[in-house]
Design a binder for this molecule. Sequence first.
Ligand code: PRP
Length: 215
Amino acid sequence: MTRSLTIALTKGRILKETLPLFAEAGIEPLEDIFTSRRLLFDTTVDGVKLVILRGSDVPTYVRHGAADVGVVGKDILLEFGAEGLYEPLDLAIAKCRLMTAGFATARTAGPRLRVASKFVNIARQHYAAQGIQADIIKLYGAMELAPLMNLADEIVDIVDTGNTLTANGMVPLGHIADISSRLVVNKAAMRTRHRSIEKLIYDLSQAVERRDQPS
Ligand code: PRP
């Protein structure tokens, strides 16, 4: 009997790298995800469905079992926690770094450093571990604007090419973590849907390994 398996994917940049990897593992949506307005897709594998979510919602869907498996950035797992989830595979896609950044010449005005980020938990832990007293300011996007507008002295953000920082006159200051997308699995589903999930992990890990081989 084919058991259904629902896989939650993170939309945006990660999705562009996830779909080719899943295709290499034999799973392809039956419709073009990028042109369709649907959020739930059947695939070339009977019973396997893809649901497209914001990254920060993927752990929630998987933790509650609304999706069995998810693909999500390590930054989201570090920020929101990975309780209730197994993290069996590094998919080695959407690689980037989580960094502190700011102007090359420190412009701290007050006694406490002001740090803007959407990763408030990571930022709080990072500066506390360095013994630096920091006021963390929650933002939802365009972190690079905060030092330019004198809202913050530094930011904690994802750095990929570094072009966004350069374009805004800033430099990376401190490395917090290397980031890539991870496969996460609901703990109960790992038992009840063991065979289909084991097969998915195996097929994806083979696809990741094949990419590692020199061509
Ligand atoms: C991310 C991040 C930076 C940018 C870094 O934003 O917040 O702004 O990418 O990339 P770079 O080093 O190659 O310039 P993204 O475009 O993913 O949008 P977001 O702000 O909505 O997360």
